[in-house]
Design a protein. Structure first.
Ligand code: TXA
Ligand code: MG
Length: 340
């Protein structure tokens, strides 16, 4: 199968592919998604095959109109309503009790469904053109960094999917904030562009799941099935070097000296300069860092880096989302630097 590249002025064609049971990758404000008709179980199954995704990991359903929510969810309590009013459309996914018409392939047999209304104009127009809700995970091969550029989708998926919509770079850069609002108290399952503090400003009782920052153990059944799987891993080994500017710089210089025999990369946040390394700028704030992180991890691979040191400091609202992705990419290999 040859993967077609669809420009953003030809979304009608993308809608036709979806209605014929095909797969189309599309840009959203968070990352690129790999979409199929959410009401067509056979089409949804192809997503799992194309990505190499375990079938027990459910998909999020994307909509372009809040009126579609009751068609997908059978219950919505007052907290869920408040969250929907405040954060949809946007980089936000809500988990609700599902309606019976959603195929089991989408929800991996769970009684709940994740619903997301992207704010990105191309995403909303594509979903509207498809005239059906779109089931979509991130458009990467399972385990690799999520794609934030059409070229990253092509790199992973060329020949495996029908088409990709060429919509440029994603604005947020990390996946949506996921909140399970199917029970009495909303629970944050994945940090993203919307912080826990922002969620709590709308529903103060909102809590964070304990598994957000730790590795899920073998026998545990996490509330968010995706938490079990290793994520965002580039080929290079990633080491997070966390702290203030000067100690981080000192430590990375030492590490570069120790790793002279390897091709080393540094993902920078402070504008520090390192002589013997390939440098990519993550950004001066965590909002910028989020936008650039996945693309940078992929670019280090293309440059042949064996090891990547990532400068990091969790100093603003988006910091929790970056930390979650970066720690996973580094398989929790973290060096914390103190001022002295
Ligand atoms: O920003 C995003 O959310 C992107 C774009 C394309 O919308 N999508 C995305 O999908 O990141 P994916 O499949 O890569 O991550 C979805 C996560 C998975 O960890 C999955 O286990 C979890 O959401 N999930 C989906 N449905 C769920 C449900 N009913 N209950 C709990 N977790 C669920
Ligand atoms: Mg994913």
């Amino acid at each position: 199968m040859k993967t077609e590249i669809i420009e953003i002025n030809a979304l009608k064609r993308a809608g036709e592919i979806i209605r014929a049971g095909g797969l189309v990758a599309f840009p959203t404000e968070t990352v690129y998604g790999l979409g199929a008709d959410a009401l067509n179980g056979a089409a949804v199954k192809k997503i799992f095959e194309a990505k190499g995704r375990p079938s027990d990991n459910p998909l999020i359903v994307h909509i372009a109109d809040k009126n579609q929510i009751p068609l997908l969810a059978r219950e919505m309590n007052a907290a869920a309503k408040k969250l929907i009013d405040a954060f949809m459309p946007g980089p936000f996914t809500i988990i609700l009790k599902k309606q019976g018409n959603i195929p089991d392939e989408v929800t991996a047999g769970l009684d709940t469904v994740g619903i997301r209304f992207p704010s990105e104009k191309t995403a909303a127009e594509f979903i509207a053109a498809a005239k059906t809700p779109i089931a979509a995970p991130s458009a990467n091969i399972s385990g690799r960094p999520s794609p934030t550029r059409a070229e990253d989708v092509i790199f992973d998926m060329d020949g495996r999917i029908d088409a990709v919509i060429n919509g440029g770079a994603c604005g947020v850069g990390v996946e949506s904030t996921i909140v399970d609002a199917s029970g009495p108290v909303p629970v944050l399952l994945r940090p993203g562009g919307i912080s826990l503090e922002e969620l709590q400003s709308v529903v103060p009782e909102t809590i964070a799941d304990k598994n957000i920052m730790q590795t899920v153990s073998e026998n545990e059944k996490p509330r968010c099935p995706g938490m079990k799987y290793r994520h965002y891993a580039p080929k290079a080994r990633v080491v997070v070097v966390e702290g203030e500017k000067e100690p981080v710089q000192k430590k990375i210089r030492e590490l570069l000296e120790e790793n002279k025999d390897k091709i080393a990369g540094v993902l920078t946040m402070y504008g520090n300069v390192y002589d013997s390394a390939v440098m990519i700028c993550g950004g001066a704030t965590n909002t910028e860092y989020a936008k650039n992180l996945f693309a940078a991890l992929r670019d280090f691979d293309k440059l042949g880096a064996d090891i990547v040191f990532a400068e990091f400091n969790e100093n603003d609202g988006c910091g929790a989302a970056v930390k979650n992705r970066l720690y996973k990419a580094a398989a929790h290999n973290i060096i914390r630097c103190c001022a002295k």
